[in-house]
Design a protein around this ligand. Structure first.
Ligand code: HEC
Length: 433
């Protein structure tokens, strides 16, 4: 069993429904998760640090944090704050000492004021999510240590679809930040209504009459939404809730939280699809060898896995399960404008990063992770089927009830943006119109 403190273990056991004592599938061929050498933005930064081509600067208030964010190009405006005792450094985390999380398209960074380590998770194009920590002690040679088992205890099981992945949950925290397990919890992804999100998190933003569970602590789960304490709603200043000295900002932007929720689950969907298909191709190659079949003999079961993975990925990337917003939401930082400005855009200036924030998160709901290295590293056959499937959905006269959330105009716009900005799409679709 993986070694961990008693408290962390009890949290992990309570939050996850199954506890994998047996070896995980991703530790076997072809993934060989822990045995393989990662190649991702964090491992490359470490290589530059080793070669003396980059340095990090220690700061008396936040240690290595600011310098790590700058070196990995993670914007400070992506900061979100979580105060439930649900993660690695939980003994230090509380409503008065929340954990800060930051992210860009590939990298996620976790920081606890007065914590022992800065925690990092990163989308590695072939290994799924890879974990690192850096000790928060000043010194000449700061190092990202790759971490496996002690992170996978929580980040490699039922909470992350059985792959090394990202976790996002909404709990009912007591005044100390301890989740009240008898009150239950909610997984947070695109499908989670705002009303069930952000328990145990700070949330800065405006959302009108819509509710969420953040910014407050609980004695128990409220019987109805109307019974909940409204003092956590439409909060734009957290100043009275905790001292912000030792943090980069005092904000936990509602739009940053919303993008984080989408991206974390889309990254897990990418890893799940990649691992499933690579395992199926690996099994097929072994079977063909054992049975003296031609090496490229295609088994129906492999086709089933390929089609299933492509379909699941298209549904995730086109936000098929997104819970609609009941009205406008806005954050309190430059996150939304910074994020939207990053493009790429088509000739009409449209981008997959443009927000709607009234009915749904994005104006053109197709995940910007199509531009990620993890997407490009998917097995070629899976990518081909992804483009075929999404192409059908975007051009069909009626793509069916799963896609009822996309109007004909939405589908035309998404296709035009992909044609203008993603050469891989055009290569598979064969023509630009
Ligand atoms: C006790 C369970 C637990 C362990 C062990 C754990 N985490 Fe997490 N982690 C969480 C939870 C839960 C979240 C979601 C945010 C929260 O509740 O704090 C999270 C979120 C994160 C995030 C934010 C993005 C993401 O990937 O979800 C990072 C980065 C992270 N953890 C890094 C690590 C690293 C590195 C390790 C190992 C050194 C680790 N964690 C070990 C529970 C855990």
């Amino acid at each position: 069993m993986r070694a961990l403190g008693a408290l962390a273990l009890s949290v992990a056991l309570t939050l996850s429904t199954s506890f994998a004592a047996a070896e995980d599938d991703f530790e076997l061929a072809p993934i060989l998760y822990s045995a393989s050498t990662p190649d991702n933005p964090v491992s490359r930064l470490q290589a530059r640090l080793d070669a003396g081509e980059s340095t990090l600067a220690w700061d008396g208030a936040v240690g290595w944090l600011g310098s790590i964010l700058a070196a990995l190009e993670v914007p400070t405006s992506s900061q979100t704050l979580v105060f439930s005792k649900t993660s690695l450094q939980q003994t230090r985390i509380s409503p008065r000492n929340p954990r800060a999380l930051y992210f860009n398209d590939d990298v996620y960074v976790g920081y606890v004021r007065a914590g022992d380590v800065v925690e990092v998770s990163v989308a590695d194009p072939t290994l799924g999510t890879v974990f690192y920590s850096m000790e928060q002690v000043p010194g000449a040679r700061p190092r990202f240590e790759r971490r496996t088992e002690d992170c996978l205890l929580c980040h490699g099981g039922s909470q992350t679809r059985g792959v090394p992945g990202h976790i996002l949950r909404s709990v009912y925290p007591s005044p100390s930040g301890q989740p009240i397990f008898s009150a239950g919890s909610h997984r947070v992804d695109d499908s989670t209504p705002l009303a069930d999100r952000w328990g145990g998190w700070y949330v800065t933003g405006r959302h009108g009459a819509q509710r969420h569970l953040g910014n407050i602590t609980y004695a128990d789960r409220p019987a109805t939404a109307a019974d909940a304490d409204p003092s956590g709603l439409n909060v734009t200043d957290l100043g009275e809730r905790f001292g912000t000295k030792g943090y980069l900002t005092g904000q936990s932007d509602l739009v940053a939280l919303s993008v984080f929720a989408h991206q974390a689950s889309a990254h897990n969907a990418l890893t799940r699809a990649s691992f499933d298909v690579r395992a199926a191709l690996h099994r097929e190659a072994a079977l063909n060898r054992d049975l003296d079949q031609a090496p490229d003999y295609r088994w129906p079961s492999t086709n089933t896995v390929l089609d299933g993975a492509a379909k699941a990925l298209v549904e995730s990337f086109l936000f098929c399960d997104e819970a609609p917003l009941a009205g406008p939401i806005e954050g309190t930082t430059t996150f939304a404008t910074d994020f939207a400005a990053r493009g790429p855009t088509d000739a009409e200036g449209r981008s997959l990063r443009h927000f709607d924030l009234e009915r749904r998160l994005f104006r053109h709901p197709c995940s910007f992770l199509v531009y990620s290295a993890s997407f490009d590293a998917l097995p070629a056959e899976l990518r081909a089927r992804f483009w075929t499937r999404i192409g059908e959905v975007l051009t069909a006269a009626d793509p069916g009830p799963r896609y009822a959330h996309l109007s004909a105009d939405d589908r035309r716009a998404i296709r035009a943006i992909l044609v203008a900005t993603k050469p891989d799409a055009v290569a598979h679709w064969g023509s630009a119109d």
